[in-house]
Write a protein that binds this ligand. Structure first.
Ligand code: HEC
Ligand code: HEC
Length: 465
């Protein structure tokens, strides 16, 4: 019994761990993820609820460099999983080496906010509307239709010629036609699926249902920081919660700017239009360093620097868009006069907003293999044994030395994956062939045969003795 269940769990692993492979029978769970009961804000439109099929397509699009004109840049180039889907560079690098005018934003809990506009300056009126703008940006991905660039229809033509999109659009929408609406829905679903609720803050809030009471799992310093974050300035607090509302830590939709008005690489201009911030969760990486510089201009590189900014808001007469919560009577700006102790406490509290799952969970990881290829398998698809459309016999199984493949003459690629999803053998065959597997170590493997002409895939598990 024990042996059998071990073999079964190995098979399960086999399916999840094959890199560069999407198994349509074993989708990740995006649509029913656990969300704490105290999380109530949600900007998902009725018409685009998260669904595992469409989000799986969104994951492939998010990591696909084909979305840039010269196949060098994917969304994930500037929104990297290891940095909470942001970029450690102040200014990200686009397809022709150009730099973005603002710092890349973390894509964490984008779904859980009252604010429905996206980008630092809120110029996108929904996430669906936002996600295809970088593709159409001349600097970022290059399908702008201006400056001699191809346009979005050229991208649709390009994607339509890619075999895995024929399969994935059909699988997601029941129809393989590609259009902008389908791309927007899939990318928005993937971005909305990225959620982080395993921080020390969440543990504390589970234990103490009252946000204002000290959390039992916090140090006294973290509890002091929490109080300063929550309380408004007249009561000795720092008033952060007025704009970054817990427990989502999303931005208040009515906020004006916070006094940060710089422009990347240009000290003579100001930019007063940045009134949105991503959730303050996961500013800090689990390793303790920042996931990147902060603010739209990436001008702040330490939490203490941020706290000191709010402690003493710069008074610039040209900033006509400063939020009134940061103004004081007589044309003055906020001066909190925080002690060092209080500043350190606020920093300690901000550090409790970091989780760990989003940085490594495979459901949000790169689905392409090292060579940039993706193979789609699964019975849900026309790539199983029945629809391989050629009769095939493989014997013996279990195999000791030679594996015999009987197959009509054609052009095939044969890949063997181990349980870790690593390719252990690669062959090209033209029909009947026997593969010598003497050197494979004992274990369970997955054999994939791809018909190069039709792109159909046949898969079979086998045991090596
Ligand atoms: C070349 C780098 C780059 C690429 C490629 C890129 N982004 Fe971004 N992304 C940015 C920058 C920079 C911003 C902030 C821009 C601004 O506010 O003006 C941003 C902002 C966003 C936001 C807004 C987040 C928020 O909280 O308001 C989303 C969502 C997003 N990007 C998703 C995507 C998707 C999806 C793709 C791929 C289709 C993509 N990005 C490609 C750099 C990039
Ligand atoms: C009046 C509203 C307001 C208040 C009060 C406020 N913030 Fe902000 N915060 C913003 C806005 C708007 C931004 C985005 C600013 C930009 O980049 O131009 C922001 C950005 C940030 C960022 C950078 C986020 C990122 O992704 O780079 C941090 C960190 C931050 N605030 C922390 C705090 C803390 C700590 C406090 C309390 C001391 C606080 N904020 C008080 C409005 C506010």
């Amino acid at each position: 019994m024990k042996k059998i269940s071990k073999a079964i769990s190995l098979l399960g692993l086999l399916f999840i761990l094959i890199s560069g492979t999407i198994d349509l029978d074993e989708l990740f769970n995006y649509e029913n993820q656990d969300t704490p009961s105290y999380i109530t804000k949600d900007n998902t439109p009725e018409s685009n609820q998260i669904n595992n099929q469409i989000t799986t397509l969104g994951r492939v699009l998010f990591y696909d460099k084909n979305l840039s004109e010269n196949n060098t840049i994917a969304c994930a180039s500037c929104h990297q999983q290891a940095f909470a889907f942001s970029d450690p560079l102040t200014s990200s690098v686009g397809l022709n080496g150009g730099n973005t005018g603002r710092h890349s934003m973390r894509l964490v809990n984008s779904r859980f906010s009252n604010e429905e506009n996206f980008f630092w300056d809120e110029r996108a009126t929904s996430l669906e509307n936002q996600v295809t703008q970088p593709i159409q940006d001349h600097i970022e991905m290059g399908f702008s239709g201006t400056n001699g660039d191809p346009d979005f229809n050229d991208l649709i033509t390009k994607l339509s010629a890619i075999n895995y999109y024929q399969i994935l659009f059909e699988f997601a929408y029941g129809n393989s036609t590609i259009n902008e609406d389908k791309i927007q829905r899939a990318l928005a679903q993937f971005v909305r699926s990225i959620q982080s609720f395993d921080s020390k803050f969440d543990e504390g809030f589970e234990q103490s249902p009252n946000l204002n009471a000290p959390f039992p799992n916090y140090t006294p310093q973290e509890n002091l920081g929490k109080q300063l974050f929550l309380n408004p300035p007249p009561n000795g607090g720092a008033g952060c919660a007025g704009c970054h509302a817990p427990p989502e830590f999303d931005i208040d939709p009515n906020t004006l700017n916070n006094g940060v008005i710089g422009v990347i690489g240009n000290t003579s201009e100001i930019d007063i239009n940045n009134t949105r911030s991503p959730s303050l969760r996961d500013i800090v990486n689990p390793n303790g360093s920042l996931n990147g510089p902060m603010m739209h201009d990436g001008s702040m590189t330490s939490l203490l620097g941020v706290i000191e900014h709010y402690d003493n808001i710069p008074n610039n007469p040209d900033n006509s868009n400063l939020d009134n919560r940061l103004q004081r009577p007589g044309n003055q700006t906020q001066q909190l006069n925080l002690t060092n102790n209080q500043k350190n406490a606020l920093e300690a509290f901000l550090r409790t907003l970091t989780g760990s799952d989003i940085y490594t969970n495979e459901k949000w990881s790169d689905p392409f293999d090292d060579e940039g290829n993706i193979t789609i398998i699964g019975n849900q698809l026309s790539t199983n044994e029945n629809s391989f459309e050629k009769s095939i016999t493989i014997f013996p199984n279990p195999v000791d030395t030679d594996m015999n493949i009987q197959l009509e003459t054609g052009n095939y690629r044969v890949l063997i994956y181990d349980v870790k999803g690593e390719i252990v053998s690669k062959n090209k065959i033209l029909g009947n062939e026997s593969l010598n597997l003497e050197n494979l170590t004992k274990g369970i493997y997955l054999l994939l045969i791809k018909d190069v002409e039709s792109s159909k895939v046949y898969k079979k598990k086998f045991v090596k003795l």
